[in-house]
Every structure is written in C-alpha cells, then in structure tokens.
Design a protein around this ligand. Structure first.
Ligand SMILES: [Zn+2]
Length: 100
C-alpha cells in the first residue's frame, strides 16, 4: 500500500509519513504532520494538496505550499520506491504541480 511522503521542515529529507492510502481520488491533505525525520529527528509534513492514489501510484494533483522543485523531489522518491517494489510498467504519469 502506498505511503504518502513527508518532507522534513528542518533538513528537507523526504520520508514515509506513515499515512497509507489505497485507491483514493481527491484525497485532500492539510496540515498533516509526520515524523520524526529519520535523519535529524525533526518534524516533517505532507505538503498540502490534493492527492490521487491508484494502485502503487501516487499523483499530486494540486499543491500550493511547496515549490515545484520540492514536489519534483517527492516525485523522484515515489518513483524510486515504486520501482523497487513494482514492475516498471506500473509507472504513472508525472505529478502535475502547476495550473491550479
Ligand atoms: Zn530532517
């Protein structure tokens, strides 16, 4: 089951938030804190936004509080974790971070 990613507020590390989701559309995340950060022990958070989870794929539909670079980093982490667990054919479309 996919685990939504959290970003450490202190060091920027992306790690699993502990919040699992499965086959959810329009999952709205606001002010969701997660942690501690595996690197520095700080507080992390799932970026506010709307998520879609289908199978092993997590798509970020909209997000406002993080830069596209940070969201791209999340997408990279998601891709890596997905590739280690699932077939390459399960790749999803790239996260859309603009156009809200
Ligand atoms: Zn940290």
């Amino acid at each position: 089951m996919p685990e939504l990613p959290a970003i450490c507020r202190t060091c920027g590390t992306v790690f699993g938030s502990g919040l699992d989701a499965n086959n959810v559309k329009n999952l709205t995340i606001t002010n969701y804190r997660a942690g501690p950060c595996p690197k520095c022990g700080g507080v992390g958070e799932i970026p506010d936004g709307v998520y879609e989870v289908i199978g092993q794929a997590i798509n970020v539909l909209t997000s406002s509080s993080y830069s596209s670079a940070q969201l791209e980093r999340i997408a990279d982490v998601l891709r890596e974790s997905r590739q280690s667990r699932t077939e390459p054919s399960a790749r999803c479309r790239r996260a859309r971070t603009r156009g809200a």
